[in-house]
Design a protein around this ligand. Structure first.
Ligand code: PMP
Length: 423
């Protein structure tokens, strides 16, 4: 189990000089076990190789963008073919029309599309459209939910102003009474409710939406003639081939998409229903790279696979196998796990681990055995994962749980995580 780590260490030292904090944002290893590599050189299918050449079965999927497998030949061929013809040009390519047509076919509520690059672009634009449509200010958001890194929504307020989020009103996910309270607080000034398809916050158990909650969100919006904004950036096309609440009988007015929309190529979108079209055509929104054609070609190829293959059922089946196997492997070493959320987007926490010391030890042991599993963020299954991969993960997990058991008396929490979770 001796892994090479020297290239990663050398890159970290160089990064410390030229990248603030050494690394930033969600891909920084600052809140991960010390054994996790920071830099990766290669990815293919469900696998990653770090800068030292160590291989991993990757259960993070780039935090979501990898849906069908890294470097998928069909999707990347669509991308590179368009790249050779032109990407960012003086005007959009015909693909923008084709992609808007296909997405509005695919997603039940959608009748129009605007394209952008990151999830934050799409959620921010959604809020602007809701305010333009209603000429009101207040947006209800679930406490602890992540909607991006702009000043109005970043979880770390350093450098932002209280004014930036002055018109957000929090409610508790799945709690109808708290939602109604927030709506009363916004009375007469409610522009919209921004909500994720399920509760997928870091460090805590995930929660699927109760049907009554989903309908209450819709009815709060309908009563006030405000817009329901669904943040599909993380869950979109991983829960459903259409909108994530379509199966509950609830459709949003606006939905923000990103991450896996083009299977890893940079593209996000705001989709809207008829009611929001006029407002969406009045706001000014744009970006130098938002119209680039190659990611749109990749998105069209991704959508074809979403329509024509069993990618979703496959991810659900493999996710369920993983969940069942991990529970057994944990039990064999005397541990109980809290595995929550959809099996294809699993949150995997230890039952009795308030400061995350066991979860950190486990994922640290696992990464040394060639499995990249996140200790506090939801993980992601991609359709390129195989049953052999799941068996390999479970074999490594069995060893990792046993190793944690042997170290049980000596485990210490990660200092920054301990401070964050406040135990
Ligand atoms: N919304 C959700 C639910 C997300 O998970 C994310 C990214 N983790 C975002 C919005 C922001 O997306 P991006 O990082 O692409 O700006």
């Amino acid at each position: 189990m001796t892994r090479r780590t020297s290239a990663d260490a050398a890159l970290r030292a160089r990064a410390a000089a030229v990248i603030p904090g050494g690394m930033y944002g969600h891909e920084s290893t600052a809140l991960l076990p010390a054994e996790f590599p920071q830099f990766f050189s290669r990815a293919k299918g469900a696998r990653l190789w770090d800068a030292d050449g160590n291989a991993y079965i990757d259960l993070m999927c780039a935090y979501g963008p990898n849906l069908l497998g890294y470097c998928d030949p069909e999707i990347d061929a669509a991308f590179t073919t368009q790249l050779a013809h032109g990407d960012a040009m003086t005007g959009p390519s015909p693909l923008i029309v084709e992609l808007a047509e296909e997405l509005t076919q695919q997603v039940a509520h959608a009748q129009w599309a605007l394209f952008c690059k990151n999830g934050t672009d799409a959620t921010s634009m959604a809020v602007t459209v809701a305010r333009a449509h209603t000429k009101r200010r207040k947006i209800l958001v679930a406490k602890g939910a992540y909607h991006g890194a702009a000043a109005w929504c970043t979880p770390n307020p350093i450098g932002t102003l209280p004014d930036d989020r002055a018109h957000l009103i929090p409610f508790a996910y799945n709690d109808v009474a708290s939602l109604e309270r927030a709506a009363r607080e916004a009375e007469g000034d409610l522009a919209g409710v921004l909500v994720s398809p399920f509760k997928h916050d870091g460090f805590v158990d995930q929660e699927l939406p109760a049907r009554a909650f989903a309908h209450a969100v819709r009815s709060v919006c309908d009563r006030a003639k405000a817009l329901l904004i669904m943040d599909e950036v993380r869950g979109g096309f991983r829960l459903s081939r259409s909108g994530s609440w379509t199966h509950l009988g609830v459709e949003p007015d606006l939905s923000a998409w990103g991450k896996c929309l083009a299977n890893g190529h940079p593209l996000s979108a705001l989709l809207g229903s008829e009611v929001a079209r006029a407002a969406a055509s009045r706001i000014y929104t744009t970006g130098s790279f938002w119209f680039a054609a190659a990611p749109m070609a990749a998105a069209l190829a991704t959508l074809r696979r979403i329509r024509e293959t069993d990618y979703l059922e496959r991810m659900q089946r493999l996710g369920a196998q993983l969940r069942e196997g991990l529970a057994k492997a944990a039990a064999a070493s005397g541990y109980t796990l809290r595995q929550t959320g959809p099996p294809q987007m699993p949150q995997i926490l230890f039952a009795d681990d308030p400061d995350f010391r066991r979860g950190f030890a486990f994922t640290g042991e696992l990464v040394q055995r060639g499995v990249y599993l996140h200790p506090w963020h939801n993980n992601f299954v991609c359709a390129a994962l195989s049953e052999d991969d799941v068996r390999e993960v479970l074999g490594a997990a069995e060893e990792a749980f046993a190793a944690v058991r042997r170290r049980e008396g000596t485990l210490v929490p990660h200092a920054r995580v301990k401070a964050m979770v406040g135990v």
